[in-house]
Design a protein around this ligand. Structure first.
Ligand code: ADP
Ligand code: MG
Length: 512
């Protein structure tokens, strides 16, 4: 029988890093195959070779029985493989329409591009793929991460590939139903999909088979039937892992303890009435979970507090003092440190050494009187942060963008820990990172709160909120509608509140 795709003994090194070692894999026509593995396992490297981003060092690929060696992304696309990349490849300054068609923007018979025509075509595609709330003429930088991810996905789909590659396509989507619907539609036409995810539940739902990579090597290809999640995690990690959350802070007294952050009627939009903004308090030593469906105001909250979105009205107090937050510098001075949603464009300084990416928050402290950085002191700080987040010091000298997503996130969290924050603002900090790194981030959050820090923690994964938070504030229609106390925290309780179907307070004490 002929395969759609055969990969034979693929190798790829980055300097001393063996990103892929003798990896072989076959896919049938019409097969949906999951590619699993911890961060740094080599998944993205494999799909980048498949989609023409860079060549392999050795090994062969066959597509429909013919030698396949794409010279570029465009070449791969024309041969029948197209990919939606994990670190989105959209160009922020261009419009939705331009991004969708790049680099081949449709031209008329005279060889001219008509923006109007392209936008009309885009309009049609967006509605065909059920993407709402985006205009073709909109700049991509104004879209949310979830919207960008959908756009990236659709862009890969419109070329009618024989093989569609989705790298972490659901990581930013709280509601993966949209993707499932598109995938169903797609595979009806006989297209194959290589699906990379950290979410086993989704992989099981979509795929028949999976392949696990670990440290650049293939571990196994298997059918999902008859193998447990625990076993799969064990194969991914090479050790046994079960997801555990550190113990909650039993010491926080929600009635009496000191308030670190108090937010009153905070508004990002003039249209919201003065007394209808975002209101909540966060206590010393507390982890406040934030939940909400996509677009309910939680993103605006984090960006306002982090100084990257203007505050239209309302007040912010830190330890009882009113604060003006007009920019990220004001936020830092107030003790608020944001770990933003998008690593690639908002958090890392690409091309710059990982150690400098970590130490940037203490640059003033490591400079001597004439402004020269004392490298030894700098490394002391970086070592301190790296120990907390378990970042390997072999990465210090590498440009941060060469690290896997999970290691980049460790560096960013490490940087935040150095910044003397009173309050960490974590917007979906475990998005697209592997289970080991997740566990590490949970522990860092709890250690920080146990030491008296406060944490605002938004996650699209409800089990994380239930497992980690001392309390949860749920957003609906641009404000906090329900607060759920620790003893009442459960996935169903949060979900109900996310749909706007709960009272404003859910607390065990009320029933006592
Ligand atoms: P995954 O997608 O499974 O998380 P990657 O394929 O991104 O893993 O990375 C595999 C390994 O290759 C990691 O150790 C990573 O640091 C390294 N790596 C990936 N891309 C580069 C690059 N451009 N330069 C240097 N090292 C890289
Ligand atoms: Mg990856």
């Amino acid at each position: 029988m002929s395969y759609l795709l055969e990969i034979k003994n693929l190798n790829k090194n980055f300097g001393a890093t063996k990103a892929l070692q003798d990896v072989s894999l076959e896919m049938q026509h019409g097969e949906i195959h999951a590619l699993l593995g911890e961060n740094g396992a080599g998944k993205s490297t494999l799909i980048k070779i498949l989609s023409g981003v860079y060549p392999q060092e050795s090994g062969d690929m066959l597509l429909c029985g013919k030698t396949y060696s794409p010279k570029s992304i465009v070449d791969a696309r024309s041969l029948g493989i197209s990919a939606a990349f994990q670190e989105l490849s959209l160009l922020p300054n261009l419009t939705v329409a331009e991004n969708l068609f790049l680099p081949n923007i449709p031209k008329n018979a005279l060889g001219l591009t008509s923006a109007k025509k392209v936008e009309q075509m885009t309009e049609q595609i967006l509605s065909e793929y059920k993407i709402e709330g985006i205009r073709p003429s909109q700049k991509v930088e104004l879209l949310s991460v979830a919207q960008k991810q959908r756009l990236e996905t659709v862009r890969a789909m419109i070329h009618d590939p024989k093989l569609l590659i989705l790298d972490e396509a659901t990581a930013a989507l709280i509601d993966p139903e949209w993707l499932f619907e598109q995938v169903d539609h797609f595979t009806n036409n006989g297209t194959s999909i290589l699906f990379i995810t950290h979410r086993l539940r989704e992989a099981r739902r979509l795929c028949d088979q999976f392949t696990i990579l670990r440290n650049g090597c293939k571990v196994i290809t298997e059918k999902f039937d008859g193998i447990s999640d625990g076993e799969i995690f064990r194969l991914m990690a090479g050790r046994s892992i079960d997801v555990r959350f550190p113990a909650c802070a039993s010491t926080v007294d929600v009635n009496n303890d000191e308030v670190t952050l108090s937010v009153q009627n905070l508004r990002a939009d003039k249209k919201i009435p003065k007394d209808d903004g975002i209101t909540f308090v966060l206590r010393k030593g507390e982890v406040l979970g934030i939940a909400g469906l996509e677009g309910q105001g939680q993103r605006e909250l984090f960006n306002m507090l982090g100084g990257s979105k203007p505050i239209v009205g309302g007040s912010v107090e830190i330890e009882g003092c009113s604060m003006k937050i007009r920019n990220p510098h004001d936020a830092m001075k107030s003790g608020l440190v944001l770990i933003p949603e998008e690593r690639k464009t908002e958090a890392i300084f690409p091309g710059i050494k990982t150690s400098c990416n970590v130490s940037i928050s203490v640059l003033d402290a490591v400079k001597n009187w004439c402004g020269i950085v004392n490298r030894n002191r700098e490394i002391d700080y970086v070592d301190f942060a790296s120990a907390k987040v378990q970042l390997d010091n072999n990465y210090y000298g590498m440009p941060i963008d060469a690290l896997s997503g999970g290691n980049q996130q460790k560096a960013i969290v490490g940087r935040a820990l150095l910044s003397n924050a009173k309050c960490l603002l974590l917007f979906d900090p475990t998005r697209g990172v592997d289970i080991g790194t997740k566990q590490n981030i949970y522990q860092v959050i709890r250690d920080f709160s146990n030491a008296g820090g406060s944490v605002l923690f938004y996650s699209t994964e409800l089990p994380e909120i239930v497992g980690l938070a001392d309390r949860c504030a749920v957003f609906y229609r641009k404000k906090v509608v329900t607060e759920i106390s620790h003893d009442c925290l459960s996935e169903p309780a949060i979900l109900e509140a996310m749909l706007g179907m709960s009272p404003d307070r859910i607390s065990g004490e009320d029933n006592a």
